[in-house]
Design a protein around this ligand. Structure first.
Ligand SMILES: NC(=O)c1ccc[n+]([C@@H]2O[C@H](COP(=O)([O-])OP(=O)(O)OC[C@H]3O[C@@H](n4cnc5c(N)ncnc54)[C@H](O)[C@@H]3O)[C@@H](O)[C@H]2O)c1
Length: 273
């Protein structure tokens, strides 16, 4: 399969994940094509970058020409107004899949989020078959992205791995992140499984390193060969100290989505089972 992945396009290449991914994927595929609406300020000689807005379908389609696989990171990455979420994550993700279909792209890695299942209680262990329970407009937009991924796989044969990323970073920064931290090299492992594993059609996995306190069962990722290299508990002491110093809110600490659940919350937590 790596032979079939000659050209890989990374959207959102100027963002936090995109910036580290550019280094970690160097030399793995024949051509790494990068795009974002913002020009990265640290582009190295030899890196191929084209500025584009995901809302411009014609431009996104041009970027997909000759591409075998896409790592779709571009879009609004936190909770925001509908005016921000809609163009980037609803229109933008549609354009990405439609351009991929038109250009015969084989694989898409969709950067989904734990906020798709943000309103599940932390006392429960969920798998990847549960209904979405998004904790905001951002989570809804990512649930929509997963639905697009399913439809484009089933109807048009554009295969996708949706990775519900917990929290990406060098280390888990607080107690909540001990349950969902994803190290850069473990993200690369998951993305490469998505691009290279022969059996991918439409799959959802959780994007976390080895987390003993995980609120989810990541059996699908394991079945596909994922073996996380990094363990959240190795960083437990500073993470727990950070939360002791700054505890989560009353609603945040009940649910997977944490503070995204607490934002604008006027509901009844007892009704969220
Ligand atoms: N960082 C995490 O822990 C985390 C967790 C869950 C999901 N994710 C998802 O992973 C992806 C990458 O996350 P990140 O932390 O690097 O986010 P980020 O905000 O740092 O990067 C997103 C990039 O997308 C670009 N972008 C936004 N709107 C665009 C548009 N209309 N057209 C073109 N480019 C546009 C931005 O310029 C930015 O560089 C996002 O889709 C995010 O939702 C990240």
């Amino acid at each position: 399969m790596p032979d079939a992945m000659k050209t890989v396009l990374v959207t959102g290449a100027a963002g936090g994940i995109g910036t580290s991914l550019r280094t970690l994927l160097k030399g793995v595929y024949g051509e790494l094509r990068l795009t974002d609406r913002t020009v990265p300020n640290d582009l190295a000689a030899g890196e191929i970058f084209e500025r584009a807005d995901l809302t411009d379908l014609a431009m996104v389609e041009r970027l997909c020409a000759g591409v075998d696989g896409i790592i779709h990171l571009g879009g609004r990455s936190v909770e925001d107004s509908w005016e921000e979420i809609h163009p980037a994550n609803i229109v933008g993700t549609y354009n990405l899949y439609e351009a991929a279909r038109r250009q015969g792209v084989k694989r898409v890695i969709f950067a989904s989020t734990n906020h798709v299942v943000g309103f599940y209680r932390r006392t429960r262990r969920i798998d990847n078959q549960v209904q979405p329970r998004p904790d905001g407009r951002y989570g809804v937009s990512k649930a929509y992205g997963e639905a697009l991924a399913a439809m484009y796989a089933d109807k048009y044969g554009v295969a996708s791995l949706c990775i519900r990323i917990g929290n990406y970073g060098e280390r888990p920064i607080d107690k909540r992140r001990l349950s969902m931290w994803l190290s850069p090299r473990d993200f690369v492992q998951l993305a490469r499984i998505g691009l290279e594993h022969p059996d991918i059609h439409f799959e959802i996995v959780y994007g976390s390193s080895h987390c003993e306190r995980a609120w989810w069962d990541n059996a699908t990722a394991e079945r596909l060969g994922y073996r996380p290299l990094d363990a959240a508990e190795d960083h437990a002491a500073p993470a727990l100290a950070a939360t002791a110093a700054q505890p989560e809110g009353r609603i945040a600490e009940l649910f997977i989505g944490g503070m995204f659940c607490e934002m604008e919350f006027v509901g009844d937590p007892d009704r969220i089972r």
